[in-house]
Each structure stands twice: as C-alpha cells, then as structure tokens.
Design a protein around this ligand. Sequence first.
Ligand code: XMP
Length: 508
Amino acid sequence: MKEVLLIIDFGSQYTQLIARRVRELNVKSEIIPFDKFENISKNTMGVILSGSPQSVNDKNAPSVDLSIIRKKVPLLSLCYGAQLIAHNLGAKVIPSKSREYGRSKIITVSQKGLFKDVKNNSQVWMSHGDTINDLPSGCKLLASTNDIKVAAYKIINEDTFGIQFHPEVYHTKYGKQIISNFLDICNFSRSWTSESFIESTIKKLKQKLGNDKVLMGLSGGVDSTVAAYLLHRAIGDNLVCLFVDNGLLRKNEFDSVLANYKDLGLNIYSENASDIFIKNLEGITDPEAKRKIIGATFVEVFDRCSLKFKNIKWLGQGTIYPDVIESVSATGGPSDTIKSHHNVGGLPKKMKLKVIEPLRNLFKDEVRRVGFALNIKNEIINRHPFPGPGLAIRIMGEIDVEKLKILKDADFIFISYLKKCGLYESVWQAGAILLGDSTVGVMGDGRTYEKVVALRAVESTDGMTADWCHLPYDFLSDVSNQIINKVNGVNRVVYDISSKPPATIEWE
Ligand code: XMP
C-alpha cells in the first residue's frame, strides 16, 4: 500500500485530528513537522497544511516552500495554512476585529468539488485570531460566513484550496464530507483498512528484519500485545518476548498478565527486576526525571536480558502515535513537549539494540481495531491503557515500597469495583493516585494524619483529549468507604473532575 496523504504540521492542536479524519476515510496519513519537510515522495497523492498558533505576520512565522507542492499534488490548507498561501499570493492577512472562536454558519458559493454535498447554512468551527482580508489574486471564492468573506478559496486552474475554518473537528457539521471530497480530488483508492495495515506492516517488517532476532517488551496492554502479534506473524520464532516486573505494576498484575498470555503462541520469558527499578528511583521526585530513569532502566534490563538469548539485534516496542506526538519536541517538532513518554523520550542514545515500533503511526482506537482483526482476546484488547512508567507516575513525589503497597491496594479496590458494577468497559481509563501530603482525619475517637487517594476515570477515544467520567455517586461513595476502611494509611479519597486539556490524564 503506497498512497499517502501528507500533513504538514505548523504546531496546531488539531493536527492529529486531521490525521484521524483522513484515516477514518481509509487513506493512510503521515504527519511531518514543517521544519522537517523537504520534499514530497512519489507516494504522496495530496498534502494538507495544518493551522498554527502563530500569525503569518510574525517575524519567524513557520513556512515551507509551497512551489514543491503546488501543481504537483492537490493541496488543502487549513486556517493558518490558508492564511499562509493567501499571504504568499499577496493578500492581506490582518488581525480579526474580534477573535473568532467557536461556531459559525457557512454560505457556500457552489456545492461542487470541495464543497460537494455540503449544505448551506450548516455549522462550521472557527478558531483563529487573524483573517484573510481580501480574496488572493488568481483565486476564486468558494465560501463565506456571516462574519468573514474569505472562508474558503481555490486557486484558479489548480487544485490548491484554502479554508479558514476547521473541517477536522467534530463540530463542523460537514467537515468529514469536505475532507472526503478533497481525498476524491487527490484520487485516493481508499484502501487503508486494519486488514491492509496488517498486510503491509507484516511485509515491511519482513523486509526490514530479514533473519534478525527481535526482543519485544510486553506490558500486558493492548499496544505491546498487538505489536508482538504483528512481529510474530512477520518473523515467527525469531521473536522473543520479555515481560519485566518493574515493581510498578498494579496489584497481582504480573501473574494475571502472564496467565493471559499463556495460550497466545508467543515465546514469552519473564524477569523480576523490581529491586533495580525501585533502587534507581530512590530520592527522585521530578516526574520527567522519573520517566527518564524508568526508560533507561528498562533498556538496561533489556540489554542485559538480551545476552541470555543469542544474536538479538532489535528491541520491539509498542509505541503508538500519541506517545510520539506528546514527546515530539524532544526531537525538535513544533508542538510543546507535554510529557516524555518513557518509550520515546527516555531512550539513551547509546542503546545497544536497534528499536522497532510497528504501531508508531496508530492511535489507540486504531490499534484496538487492528487487534480485533488479528483475533486477539477481548480481555487484552479492552484493557484500560496503563502508562509504561506505571504506578511511579501515580505516586506524587518520592516512591517507596510502603507507598506502592498503599496505592496498589487502593487501585485494586477501585478497578475491581468498576468491573463488579459493570462500569469498567464504559470507562476509557481509570486508576488511583497517591498524593504527596498527608491530611488530618478522625477515626474512632482518634486523630489521624494520613495520605489522600485521588480517583481518576476518564472518557476518551485516543488519549489526546479526555473528559472525566460522571460515575454514579453511590459507586464513588462505596469505593471511598472501601478504600478508607481497608487500606491502612489512607484517611481521605477525592475524585478528579478535570478534563484534558487543560489537565492531563496522568497526574505526573
Ligand atoms: P497523559 O497523562 O499524557 O496520558 O494525558 C495520555 C495517555 O498516555 C498514557 N501515558 C503514558 N504511556 N508511557 C506510556 O507508555 C508514558 O510515559 C506515559 N505517560 C502517560 C496515559 O496513561 C494515558 O493513557
């Protein structure tokens, strides 16, 4: 499968959404930061320029050489991208009189081409501070709104389009239709599906790995299991899987995960390395430092274990796209580093094994679909995501064995009760967090000064954005009672009601 839609990212918060929409329409999409873009490849059948928090009038406004793209392949530019092309064509881009965020109504000039089947007066979503003042020369107007005249334009005799609003967000009623129309203009065959992903990935893995041996880290979660399955399908017994107990897993997790893997046909070895992890984390309070130490310790353990197996050349990882995106400016991308996900940002440069990551371009829900297509068990596919650094980033501040025990017990009560009440599968991710400070309480007739446990449960589709779950009060009340009564050292339970953004799912 060769056809690719290339998305050039100028740092927009919506870039991943563009990629998702395109894939939902069965076209493979790839994102490249604007400053890494050099040329289009022979597989590129269309390009989308993203928005940006910057203004084209800024001194160091991000840009690319548009002559590389224009007239070679169809080009759709969104928000900042549309302003950039207009600016290059000599049109004025000026600050909007009032900043335009949120809903607006579109008035299309004709319902053909890019706007085929898009209803007039339908809702579109705006998010911009600048506006295109006049229609760029050589262009024709495609759409306006009540507030702005140049809401969409096309360069005459060229498949280059500019749209001021955001077709990639759900709130733009016909946004998906507009993107679909663009993909038709590019002439995509729309053959990117889970099955085609599996087929092309296995082929690529075979070519890349040849007869080499791979050591794959399994975590029990969906990402590493699906990645291992794909590798197994590609190289069979040349894949050795290793499941490391880092001491930061949930209560009973090590044994239950091993039991789950039993009849999957993979070559699995387990290693208890808890002591090394806990020792390396001693005295560490900074979340980024914790992540990096855990990443480095994983690699150290893997490097050491790889000596047990002969001729290992590669380290397999279940890295997925949000891990890459949220760590991206660690490697120079235009968006902010939110967190260094341990399997991306935390790898030491001198690692002896080369890294192979078959799911690096997929979102979580896409990984799940691939997992279903591979017939992997429901228990594994539907498990809540769990971060690689484990409970270390759910204990605020320094980690020790006693705090780990408290958190494991509290988390076990929470998750078990979610399952018992039939709520587990309606929640995207849940877990308990142990806060750093103690608070005063009263138990029996005595004063207590003990820890606080926060409960977090979120709804999401891909982990990039999330909202807190409105769990029933009775459920929360029961969990709180159980934790305070059964877990020594806890006298208070709170529920996290923050969305992402502005918060993140994990607390560290
Ligand atoms: P945040 O906290 O960034 O989490 O909103 C988004 C998703 O990513 C998981 N997460 C991680 N996964 N290594 C991982 O493998 C990490 O370092 C890491 N940090 C967060 C988190 O559990 C959520 O599903």
